[in-house]
Design a protein. Structure first.
Length: 166
C-alpha cells in the first residue's frame, strides 16, 4: 500500500494508496472503515486528534455529558461536593478513555486498515496531504469519505460543486 517518492532537494514523501480514504473518525467514518476493511478493501482513516477517536459522542458529547448528569444524582448528602465532582469527572474520563482506546483498537486490528493521526489537506479530488507528528505523506484513493464533525460545512475541494450538482 505504501510507496516512497523523492521530491525536491531529495526529500522523501511516503505515498499510501487506498481503495477508500476516510477523513474523520466519527461514527460514520469508523463504521465504513471497519466494514470495508473486513471486506478486504485497503482503507486509510485520518483523524486530526487522537483525543477524538470515535467522534463527538464518546469524547465530548453524549457519553461524558450523560455520565456526569447520572453521577450528579448519586452523591450522598455527606459527600463533599468538590470531592464528589472530581471523582465523577475521573470516572467519566476513564470511561471515555476506554471507549477511545476500543475505537482505535477495533480499526487498528483490521489488517487492511491504516489509521493516521494528523491533519489532511486536499491536493486534488483523489489525493490528500497528511501531516502527522512524525511525517508528511500523501494518501491517494479512488473514493474519499469526509466525516469531519457534527457541524455541516461544504469544504473547498476542487471539483466538489460540479460533482454535487443534480
Amino acid at each position: 500500500m505504501a510507496m516512497l517518492e523523492t521530491g525536491d532537494m531529495g526529500a522523501v514523501n511516503r505515498i499510501l494508496h487506498a481503495d477508500i480514504l476516510v477523513i474523520g473518525f466519527g461514527k460514520g467514518g469508523k463504521t465504513v472503515a471497519a466494514k470495508m476493511g473486513r471486506l478486504g478493501k485497503r482503507i486509510v482513516l485520518v483523524e486530526q486528534s487522537d483525543r477524538m477517536y470515535g467522534g463527538t459522542c464518546p469524547n465530548v458529547g453524549c457519553v461524558p455529558t450523560k455520565g456526569l448528569v447520572d453521577r450528579s444524582h448519586k452523591g450522598r448528602p455527606d459527600d463533599p461536593a468538590q470531592d464528589w465532582y472530581q471523582r465523577s469527572v475521573r470516572e467519566v474520563q476513564a470511561i471515555r478513555e476506554m471507549m477511545r482506546r476500543g475505537n482505535f483498537d477495533a480499526l487498528d486490528s483490521i489488517e487492511t486498515v491504516t489509521v493516521l493521526t494528523g491533519r489532511s489537506t486536499f491536493i486534488d479530488p483523489h489525493s490528500v496531504s497528511v501531516v502527522t507528528a512524525d511525517e508528511q505523506l500523501t494518501v491517494a484513493a479512488d473514493t474519499i469519505l469526509i466525516d469531519t464533525g457534527s457541524e455541516p460545512i461544504v469544504p473547498d475541494i476542487p471539483g466538489l460543486p460540479a460533482a454535487s450538482a443534480p
